[in-house]
Design a binder for this molecule. Structure first.
Ligand SMILES: *Cc1c(COP(=O)(O)O)cnc(C)c1O
Length: 411
């Protein structure tokens, strides 16, 4: 048995006096909603990812919604994406009245399989929403090539991928330039950087950036900051249907401190990931994350595929009983009750599919990844002793939960 000890959470944000001090600035300034701190955060973010424009929003979910509206996704359109993602990816398509068309993943990378995209393109397809899952870049170059051939736009769900890199033609490029038309980032506490909640859009298209700013603030033509600073009376108007998707200046002030930490955070995450890989050598059948030679993950999540005969829920319960949090593999949207058969497609025309509910033959690798993988704890302050304990406990858990041994749960 591994040594019992203090509870090990799945993730822990890296926040201290620096962020607390930064939050004092807007709080004491008298301007707390979207204002000068947000503008400065955006400038610093463009410098970090090498984008021409960055626009801060209230979350990555709202960023995805705005990105899809901006590239022209409208009711009746189809958007190609992965079911195997956090549900916000697919939901954002439905917010536009459009239909997610799900493509299976590559089981080695957990990312959308570019080789299966073209077969589901129809005259209604408007865009591809690709996901850099758990921080590992998807093959965005191949996806953009397909999109250009078919006159489709590419939105990158980079919620988890701040600081991740692709290396094409020997050149390393950070995610978010962007490689597609728009990239969307998240600052939820489960991600590498956090502002409590928050999101960011990046693009090299000035017209897109203008539309982001309208959508996030009610479609308002003259922002409150401009009116506030004006010596002349200014009347704004509302050009189109917009939203309140603003980030506050309190969040942005925290975000600016977080940006400074990024190199150090990623370095530590990569070191811990490398160490996990070594430790997992002793666990036959367990498959650590794979990094293709053209991609570098920030290891937002560390996902391990369990040996084939192993009961996932029993392993997770064993770990939890031993004081270690885990999460199951990334969910599949098409298996959730919020997704009735009419709300999505796998490319098989309606009425021609005979897959049982929750088991789609064309999304088999997505379902297998959800059922067989688990996410292990990984956070900046994690110690090597904690990591040793996670792997030792996992070894015991796998042993106890392997076929013929588990009695906990067969569902
Ligand atoms: C976390 C996450 C989101 C949602 O981000 P929020 O900022 O919480 O709205 C979207 N897509 C993916 C892949 C995510 O992991």
């Amino acid at each position: 048995m591994a040594e019992p000890g203090k509870f090990i959470p799945i993730a822990k944000p890296t926040l201290d006096e620096r962020e607390a001090d930064a939050a004092r600035r807007p709080i004491l300034s008298g301007w707390v909603t979207q204002g000068p701190e947000v503008a400065q955060f955006e400038r610093e973010f463009t410098a970090l990812v090498g984008a021409e424009h960055a626009c801060a929003l209230s979350s990555c979910t709202t960023a995805l919604h705005v990105a899809l509206l901006t590239v022209g996704v409208r009711p009746g359109d189809e958007v190609i994406t992965a079911s195997h993602s956090f549900i916000a990816s697919a939901n954002s398509i439905r917010y536009c009245g459009a239909k997610p068309v799900f493509v299976d993943i590559d089981p080695a990378t957990y990312n959308i399989d570019p080789g299966r995209i073209e077969e589901v393109i129809t005259p209604r397809t408007r865009a591809i929403l690709c996901i850099h899952q758990m921080g590992l870049p998807c093959d965005v170059r191949a996806i953009v090539e397909i999109a250009r051939r078919h006159n489709l736009r590419v939105v990158e769900d980079a919620a988890c991928a701040i600081g991740s890199e692709v290396c094409y033609g020997g050149r390393s490029e950070i995610i978010g330039r962007p490689h597609g038309d728009i990239a969307c980032f998240s600052f939820h506490p489960r991600k590498v950087l956090t502002t409590g909640d928050g999101g960011m859009l990046t693009t090299s298209n000035a017209e897109y950036d203008r539309r982001f700013r309208l959508y996030r603030q009610h479609g308002m033509t003259v922002p409150d900051t401009v009116r506030h600073a004006s010596k002349q009376v200014v009347f704004e108007s509302y050009a189109e249907l917009g939203f309140n998707y603003r980030m506050t200046d309190i969040q942005a002030a925290v975000g600016r401190e977080q940006l400074k930490r990024l190199p150090e955070l990623i370095k530590r995450r990569r070191a811990l990931a490398q160490r996990y890989r070594k430790l997992l050598h002793d666990l036959p059948g367990a498959i650590p994350p794979h990094e293709p030679d053209w991609a570098r993950s920030n290891f937002q999540s560390y996902c391990v595929r369990l040996p084939g005969d192993c009961n996932q829920r029993a392993v997770m319960q064993y770990m939890l009983d031993a004081g270690i949090a885990t999460r199951r593999g990334v969910m599949c949207a098409h298996r959730e009750p919020a997704y009735a058969a009419d709300d999505w497609s796998c490319g098989v025309p309606p009425g021609e599919c005979d897959c049982p509910p929750g088991r789609c033959a064309r999304l088999r690798e997505s379902e297998r990844a959800q059922d067989q993988a688990i996410v292990l704890p990984l956070f900046h302050g994690m110690t090597e002793a904690e990591q040793d304990r996670v792997v030792a406990t996992l070894r015991d858990a796998v042993h106890s939960a392997s076929a013929g041994r588990s009695s906990t749960d067969a569902s």
